[in-house]
Design a protein around this ligand. Structure first.
Ligand SMILES: C[S@@+](CC[C@H](N)C(=O)[O-])C[C@H]1O[C@@H](n2cnc3c(N)ncnc32)[C@H](O)[C@@H]1O
Ligand SMILES: [Zn+2]
Length: 436
């Protein structure tokens, strides 16, 4: 069979990525970018990918050292843009201090309100309307505790920044364009959308690049929205270099090759799946940054299954563990137990059979003999089984809730929470295999 025919047959079974270059909002967006000094550096095409959603496909090979994008200064939304907008700054009481994310989000709300009258109108139209992140859907009541605590923290921060912003503006002041009051423009739903936009799309810029601002900040001026650059998705294997050039443009250079007709990824940084889920609404398979945290009480509880008296002689040892910060981040990971989990278990099981000096010596010289390792392994396997049962319960609980959800990003967000826990289950399998 000829190669072309074979390829054609193979491709019939593969869902094609959808070319979005004729999407009306994207066409206007690119035309606006071009009018304002941007040009395409490669044969890139915005596409909808089956696994990652909208992203950028390259129709030519891209090589290490190639510049992927260069976004002119004029098109970046930075705190300088915010500070220079008199229509926006007139609402705010400049004696207050604001965070960078809070100001960028509020500015975005205002620009969206201005619609066609905003310079960034076409950029704003290119942005997602919803986000598959749990804080956007207030998911905190329906998920396991370890997730709901993180989601609640995020929601609390978002709420506080919104309330604080609202208190810092003159709510009765009228918008120059439509005569509506500031209070009606800066509503929570719009702020939430804008806050999630900044959270999942802003890039890091060095605070040195910022000029003089009208605002006082609670953090450093280190975020910018970079239209078009924010269409690139993340991969752990992509390596990029970001820089602000002498003319103030934001440029990304790739340090990895990209094959013709493949998706071009950039790197948002080394994130665990939990962090990716909370901040960006997706997770990665076999993410090397992932660990399964263990609490100290859960380690004690599992150790007691073999050493029921472990706590009786524990006070000195618990103090010892705490004072040496060994409690820091005990976890299960792809390579087995973290060092701190190993040490905590070792101390717990040795508290009846060794004095503190000998324990200390072994811990700091990392000199565990075969017998020690065998005893640690027994507890590790109990911990793994315990976690497996707990996580399996969460998957069942979440799968039972799925039917009540509508479609789109909310469903995706829910499905991602299940996938996150399934990833943890697969880490447990790999962790267990290191003991056999
Ligand atoms: C900077 S934007 C990238 C472009 C975005 N996909 C869009 O349609 O505008 C970041 C968002 O893209 C999505 N994303 C990025 N990398 C991803 C990946 N590897 N898998 C799935 N979704 C990803 C997530 O929704 C994330 O919040
Ligand atoms: Zn208005």
């Amino acid at each position: 069979m000829g190669r072309t025919r074979r390829t054609r047959i193979k491709n019939k079974n593969v869902a094609r990525d959808l070319n979005l270059s004729s999407d009306r909002d994207l066409v206007y967006f690119m035309q606006w970018m071009t009018r304002n000094g941007w040009s395409q550096l490669h044969k890139f095409q915005v596409s909808e990918f089956k696994n990652t959603g909208r992203g950028v496909l390259t129709k030519e090979s891209v090589h290490v050292g190639d510049s992927l994008v260069k976004i002119p200064k004029k098109l970046l939304i930075t705190l300088n843009s915010v500070s220079q907008s008199e229509h926006f700054t007139k609402f705010t009481d400049l004696s207050n201090r604001f965070s960078t994310q809070q100001l960028l989000a509020a500015f975005l709300v205002f620009q969206r309100h201005l619609a066609e009258k905003s310079f960034w109108y076409h950029y704003i139209n290119s942005l997602p309307k919803t986000f598959p992140i749990p804080a956007f859907y207030n998911f905190s009541n329906d998920v396991p505790d370890f997730l709901s605590e993180e989601i609640s923290k995020m929601l609390k921060k978002m709420r506080e920044q919104y309330e604080h912003f609202l208190q810092s503006i003159n709510k009765r002041l009228k918008c120059d364009h439509c005569n509506n009051s500031a209070g009606s423009i800066f509503d929570f739903e719009s702020f939430k959308w804008a806050w999630c936009t900044v959270n999942s799309r802003a890039v890091y810029i060095s605070p040195d690049c910022g000029g003089n601002l009208k605002f006082q900040l609670t953090d450093s001026n280190c975020l910018a929205l970079a239209p078009y650059l924010d269409l690139f998705n993340h991969s752990n294997s992509a390596k990029v270099k970001a820089a602000v050039t002498s003319d103030g443009s934001y440029e990304i250079t790739t340090l990895t090759d990209c094959k013709k007709f493949s998706q071009v990824f950039i790197n948002y940084g080394q994130h665990s799946n939990l962090n990716l889920y909370l901040q960006y609404g997706f997770i990665l398979e076999s993410n090397i940054n992932d660990v399964i945290p263990l609490s100290f009480p859960s380690i004690v509880q599992c150790t007691k299954k073999i050493y029921p008296n472990v706590l009786n002689s524990m006070n000195t040892y618990v103090n010892y563990i705490s004072s040496h910060s060994l409690l820091k981040n005990p976890s299960l990971n792809l390579d087995g137990l973290s060092w701190s989990a190993n040490v905590i278990i070792f101390i717990l099981i040795s508290s009846n059979r060794m004095n503190l000096k000998s324990i200390e010596f072994k811990v700091y010289s990392d000199d565990f003999d075969d017998e020690d390792l065998q005893l640690i392994k027994e507890i590790a396997l109990i911990l793994i089984e315990d976690k497996r049962t707990e996580l399996g319960g969460f998957v069942n609980q979440l799968e039972n809730q799925g039917g009540a959800l509508s479609s789109g990003d909310q469903l995706l967000c829910h499905q991602t929470s299940i996938n996150l826990i399934k990833e943890y289950l697969s880490i447990l399998d790999k962790c267990e295999s290191t003991f056999h």
